[in-house]
Design a protein around this ligand. Structure first.
Ligand SMILES: [Ca+2]
Ligand SMILES: [Ca+2]
Ligand SMILES: [Ca+2]
Length: 360
């Protein structure tokens, strides 16, 4: 289909995709709006095959789980089966969650899916999934086995054991120590202030989870090692990451229920202090403007990164030499010159008490 046909979700060559949470509509389906590039949108939810009214969607991830070049959608649903919509490449989607093994828990229960994110955490070449659930349900860590199949690795991992009693909301993969392995952050907090009266082991305020990826698909929780300010119990809800001071290290923001927002600056120490990162901003010219679906191959580290979520990519560099990028950027461009953000830092996550304008 050519550009004049204005296809829906031809993300490799089309305009914006706009998704909202199902909470915005009474029937709980998740509306999909097509941008026409002139400030107007068209509701194409039904035409795209996303008008399922049974979903109580609280989280959405965009991922290409089958590596066919077309971005697919994961909806994490509260007390309803999760939904995985495979992009048919013609503006429509086909629901595959039950076949893929991510609709339910291992014992066939629809859990309280909330936050969700996707990343290739074990360098298998396929994006896997992380979903937060209620207390006594543990996190979901759906490993992408390829061929459209996922297996929940949480019950056999530190991620599952450590999250059994916590109630997670916001979550994401991010490489906080720049070692090339995506780590996991989860904002925790219960919804019932009196929960401890009926469940002695479950608290209202909970520390966040930060699981360090140690390679080979394994994780270890390092929350306590990142300082008492970071590990303090809170009634967490939302979470986000960004490099707020442009030092190449990803910083954290946690929001709480009826409480303050916490901003933590990432100050690496030990081996992580010598790691660097390469930042790339993608700007489409003939393709979509944000580079959705583009793939950057960093041959020095021998790994791939998929840009279907952020326009700005940050890739870890454990070695400073022998770097080759594909596709090769234009060396005389302003964006190429500005893409290298490398500066050493000092210690672990620090609570951001007072912005220092000299560091920003
Ligand atoms: Ca796909
Ligand atoms: Ca890491
Ligand atoms: Ca930073």
């Amino acid at each position: 289909m050519d550009a004049g046909d204005r296809p829906v979700l031809h993300a490799r060559r089309q305009k914006q995709i706009l998704l909202h949470s199902g909470i915005l509509q009474r029937d709980f389906c998740s509306p999909l709006a097509q941008s026409w590039g002139n400030g107007t949108f068209e509701d194409v939810t039904q035409k795209a095959g996303l008008g399922d009214p049974t979903s109580k969607t609280l989280g959405i991830a965009v991922l290409d789980f089958d590596n066919d070049g077309w971005p697919d959608l994961l909806f994490s649903n509260d007390t309803q089966p999760n939904k995985l919509y495979r992009n048919n490449g013609n503006g429509t989607f086909a629901e595959k969650a039950v076949v893929a093994g991510i609709a339910f828990s291992e014992d066939g229960v629809a859990r309280a899916g909330m936050g969700v994110d996707a990343a290739d955490y074990d360098h298998s070449g396929f994006p896997s999934l992380l979903i937060t659930n209620f207390s006594n349900q543990m996190l979901s860590l759906y490993h992408n086995e390829g061929k459209g199949l996922f297996v929940d690795e949480a019950p056999r991992s530190e991620i599952g054991r450590a999250s059994l009693l916590t109630l997670g909301f916001g979550c994401f993969f991010f490489d906080y120590d720049l070692d090339g392995w995506p780590d996991v952050l989860v904002a925790n907090g219960h919804i019932d202030a009196d929960i401890q009266r009926v469940q002695a082991n479950v608290k209202y305020a909970m520390p966040p989870h930060l699981f360090r990826n140690v390679g080979m698909g394994k994780f270890e929780e390092v929350t306590k090692s990142l300082g008492p300010a970071f590990a303090s119990p809170r009634v967490g809800r939302g979470a986000a990451y960004a490099d707020i001071n442009n030092d190449g290290r990803l910083d954290l923001l946690l929001s709480t229920n009826a409480g303050p927002v916490y901003l933590f600056r990432n100050e690496a120490q030990g081996a992580a202090a010598s790691n660097r990162s390469l930042r790339i901003k993608l700007i489409g010219t003939k393709s979509n403007r944000n580079g959705i679906g583009a793939t950057i191959k960093l041959t020095a580290a021998g790994r791939n990164a998929n840009s279907n979520a952020p326009q700005r990519l940050q890739l870890p560099l454990r070695q400073r030499t022998g770097l080759n990028l594909w596709p090769r950027p234009q060396r005389n461009s302003r964006h190429y010159r500005n893409s290298l953000a490398q500066r050493p830092a000092r210690s672990p996550f620090q609570r951001w008490r007072r912005p220092d304008p000299r560091r920003i």
